[in-house]
Design a protein around this ligand. Structure first.
Ligand code: ZN
Length: 140
C-alpha cells in the first residue's frame, strides 16, 4: 500500500447506490462519523379502524465509512400499543439480507393466527346457533 493511499485525510470517492436518495443522503468525501446513504422512505399507513392509527415507514439505509458496510432496512413505526394499551413507537435497523427470512417467519405466524381465528369464529357461531335453536325449541 502506498503512503498516499494510507493518508486518512485524503478525500474519499463517494459511491451512491442506485437506491440512494441524494436529497436525504449525508455521505461526503470526508467520511465523517454518522454519515449514511438513505433511500426514499416508503410510508405504509395500516388501517384497522382502531383508535390508534398505525404507520410503518421503511427505508434503505447504509452507513458511510472507509470500509464496506451492511445495508439495512430502517423500520419506524408509530401507533402500536404495548400490553398495557399504551401507544408506543420505535425504530429498528434490520440487515436487508435477513428481511426475506424474517418476512417468511412473520407470514407463518400470521397464517397460524388467521387459521385459528377462523376456527374460533366457527366454534363461536356453532355455539350461538345451538343456543338459539334451543331457545326456539324450548321457548314459550
Ligand atoms: Zn448516498
Amino acid at each position: 500500500m502506498s503512503e498516499k493511499s494510507q493518508n486518512k485525510s485524503e478525500p474519499k470517492i463517494v459511491r451512491h447506490s442506485e437506491w440512494c436518495d441524494q436529497q436525504k443522503c449525508t455521505a461526503t468525501p470526508a467520511c465523517a462519523n454518522g454519515e449514511s446513504h438513505q433511500g426514499t422512505p416508503v410510508v405504509m399507513p395500516l388501517e384497522r379502524g382502531g383508535p390508534f392509527p398505525v404507520t410503518v415507514t421503511a427505508q434503505l439505509h447504509m452507513p458511510h465509512a472507509d470500509w464496506l458496510t451492511e445495508v439495512y432496512i430502517k423500520i419506524e413505526w408509530t401507533g402500536l400499543t404495548n400490553a398495557d394499551h399504551v401507544t408506543v413507537g420505535g425504530t429498528a435497523y434490520i440487515p436487508a439480507d435477513l428481511i426475506g427470512e424474517l418476512s417468511q417467519a412473520l407470514g407463518g405466524l400470521a397464517a397460524r393466527a388467521s387459521a385459528d381465528k377462523k376456527i374460533e369464529l366457527t366454534e363461536y357461531l356453532n355455539t350461538f346457533r345451538a343456543a338459539h335453536t334451543d331457545e326456539e325449541v324450548t321457548g314459550p
